[in-house]
Structure formats: C-alpha cells, structure tokens
Design a protein around this ligand. Structure first.
Ligand code: NAD
Ligand code: WQD
Length: 341
C-alpha cells in the first residue's frame, strides 16, 4: 500500500513540484492549500505530469476545525510536509501580524492535530534566512542562527524552535530543511513559479523581463565585496529541492533519523553572483537581457551559499541540476505562461 503524505501549501511553487516527486517515488499526496498564493489550475498541471489528480482540500490552516477535519477524514496519513506559509520578506515588514498569525498559528494547529491523530513524521520548510549575514561562507548547519531581520525570517526561526520543543516533549520526528534560493520549473513546463504582481525574486524578474513584461532588470548593488561586486546566492533547481523532501521523508519513515529533530541545508554548495545568473540566462536562451545597476536593496546580504556535506553524508542527496538547467526550465515555463513560441 502506498504511503499517504499530507502536503500543506501543495499547490504553491515548491509544494507542487514536491508533489510530483512524491508520486514519482511511489507516494500518494493529500494537498491542503487556501489558494492565497496559488490557483487550483496547478492541480491540472500536477495531474498531467503524474497521471493522478491528488485529493485536494481548499482550506485555511489558521482554522483549527478545518485542520481537524482533514486529519479525521484521512486516517492513513504517514507524514506531513508543511510548506504553507506567507513568504514575502518585504510584505512581512508591512504586515507583521499577518505573517506571525499565518505562519505560526498554521504550524501550531497542524502539529497539534498531527499528534492527536498519531502522525509522527514532519518536514518543515525553513530557510537560509536563519543564518542572516554570515561571518563565514559556506554556512554549515552549525553556523550561528542570527537575529532575524524581518518578521518573515523570525517566523522561520520560531517555527524551528516550536518544532524542537514539541519533538522533545512528544512522539514526533522532525526534519527541518533550510532551503537556499529555489529557482526553475518542472522540465515539462506544466508547473512553475507564479509570483503575484511584480516579482521580488531575481529569476522570475529576469524571465518576465525577457518576456517583455518588465522593461529592465535592476541589479541591486554592484559594490559588494564579491568578485564582480554583485551579491552571491546559492540557486537550487526546484526539482532538486523537491527530491530532497523525498529522501528526507524516506529517512523519517524508515526510522533512520539520528535525532528527533534534524536540520539540513538544501542548496547546491555553489555561489553565483547576480551578474553570473544574468550571463547564464543569456547563454542558455540566446536572448540579451536589459539591465542596469541600482542601489543595494534594504535587508539584502552580500553572500551566502550552503555547505551541503551533511545532506550528502546523511541523506545521500546532492543537487544534480545546474544553474543553466534551472534557467532554461524557468524560461520554458515563462514562455508557456505568456504564450510565447
Ligand atoms: P508559495 O507561496 O508558492 O507556496 C505556499 C502555498 O501555501 C501557497 O500555495 C499558498 O496559497 C499556501 N498557503 C499559505 N498560507 C496558507 C494557509 N494558512 N492555509 C493553507 N494554505 C496556505 O511559496 P513557496 O515558494 O512554494 O514556499 C514554500 C515554503 O518554503 C514556505 O514555507 C516558504 O516560506 C519556504 N521557503 C521558500 C523559499 C523561496 O524562495 N521560495 C525559500 C526558503 C523557504
Ligand atoms: C537574489 C539576489 C537581490 C531581484 C529571498 C528571501 C529568502 C528566501 C529566498 C524565503 C539578491 C538580487 C533580486 C531584482 C536583483 N526566501 N535581485 N534584482 O533575497 O536572496 O532571498 O528568497 O525564505 O528569505 O530573502 O532572493 O531572488 O530576491 O534575490 O538584483 O529585481 O538578486 O538583491 O542579491 P534573496 P532574491
């Protein structure tokens, strides 16, 4: 019998790609999403890729009775992958209560019902944002967690702490995955990233500029102490990231975790500058991208990338796709969304 996994935020960017990876690996998914940052059409894309239309609940995890009902109606759940959250750093500074309420109340209700219904395996979407501006790169899982600079970042730190405390007190096994910068789309272009309004993130801004939706890319800062002066990040293909969830889940289900709470960096182990991303995009698409330099963006750090030794050793997982693969897939997806040949 296939193991069934509750995927919250499963119609969002990372969640939807992970659902396809779960089916590929022989799991079944039950999705809950309130569509606050996604659309039901994503289910069609998932169905075209996997051949299965997963069971879907359009519910808000802030509603405890809805969360209770989902567990009550799905007695065979073996694990939870919790993606659902609000994720915009800038918005979180303007609407802190929305972020604390959504990201923390949802987590609390979900964890409570998981315990009440005997679901013992939990994967949480954390972020490299917990490392702040690190003194040394690459960052390992032992690198210090620095005070958060945004309410969003704080919800990830508090979320990690809540799960640490609950796992110590209760029968719950948790893997915290700290994602670096997820980019790209499913290679079929059936699903991809669908940012609301003007994209905050680099890659959707680049693809929308290449598609003619935006006039030019503004590169925020060319005076960082990095090789070309632009900021450096670890861009990981969303399908590699999806696969990391599958291996983490298998580890929990097989009881191979060494502690009740384990934490893993999920990045490529490589850092690329903004200018390198632009150049790679131009190379893989043959399009020239209009850009200019602008002042640094408030809250941005100079450089961060992952030390992935622990994930390789413990999970046997390593990113296999390149930045060029990710940008080619992101562009294929953008062209499909914009109906460009
Ligand atoms: P996303 O916004 O595309 O997906 C999140 C999904 O959760 C959306 O479909 C949204 O509708 C849903 N959702 C939000 N609040 C909900 C609620 N109360 N009830 C039910 N559904 C709800 O975001 P994503 O990029 O796929 O990110 C997934 C997770 O990974 C988030 O927790 C995010 O903080 C984390 N993360 C993302 C990145 C990134 O750069 N994309 C980096 C690190 C961590
Ligand atoms: C990447 C680089 C920008 C847009 C964010 C969150 C982080 C995590 C991942 C959730 C930076 C530059 C961007 C543009 C630019 N999310 N840039 N022009 O800021 O590294 O991380 O997403 O947990 O918490 O902060 O990602 O894609 O916004 O930026 O020059 O129009 O591209 O300054 O150097 P970031 P990003």
């Amino acid at each position: 019998m296939k193991a069934t996994i509750l995927v919250t935020g499963g119609l969002g960017y990372i969640g939807s790609h992970t659902v396809t990876a779960l089916y590929e690996a022989g799991f079944e998914a039950v999705i809950v999403d309130d569509l606050s940052n996604s659309t039901e059409a994503v289910l069609d894309g998932i169905a075209r890729i996997t051949g299965v239309r997963p069971e879907f609940y359009k519910e808000d995890l802030r509603d405890p009775s809805a969360v209770n009902r989902i567990f009550a109606e799905n007695s065979r759940l073996e694990g939870i992958i919790h993606f659902a959250a609000s994720k915009y750093v800038g918005e979180s500074i303007e609407k802190p209560l929305l972020y604390y309420e959504n990201n923390l109340c949802s987590l609390i209700h979900l964890t409570k019902e998981a315990l009440a219904h005997g679901v013992r395996h939990f994967i949480f979407s954390s972020s490299c944002t917990v490392y702040g501006e690190p003194e040394e790169v690459p960052v390992t899982e032992e690198s210090p967690v620095l005070p958060a600079v945004s309410p969003y970042g704080n919800t990830k730190q508090i979320g990690e702490e809540i799960l640490q405390d609950v796992a110590q007190a209760e029968d719950l096994n948790v893997i915290l995955l700290r994602y670096f910068n997820p980019v790209g789309a499913h290679p079929t272009a059936e699903i991809g990233e669908l940012p609301r309004g003007v994209p905050q993130n680099l890659v959707p801004f680049i693809t929308q500029t290449a598609a003619g939706v935006r006039e030019e890319l503004k590169i925020f800062g060319n005076d960082y102490s990095t090789p070309d002066g632009t900021a450096v990040r670890d861009y990981i293909h969303v399908m590699d990231l999806a696969e990391a969830h599958v291996v983490a889940l298998k580890r929990l289900l097989a009881g191979e975790n060494k502690q009740k709470v384990e934490v893993f960096n999920v990045g490529t182990g490589r850092g690329n500058s903004v200018l390198e991303v632009v150049k790679t995009f131009e190379e893989v698409t043959g399009k020239s991208l209009p850009y200019s330099f602008a002042p640094r963006r408030a809250g941005d750090i100079s450089a961060v990338w992952a030390d992935t030794t622990k994930a390789e050793r413990e999970l046997g997982w390593k990113a296999s796709k390149t930045l060029a693969d990710a940008l080619a897939d992101a562009w294929r997806w953008e062209k499909k969304v914009r109906k460009i040949k």
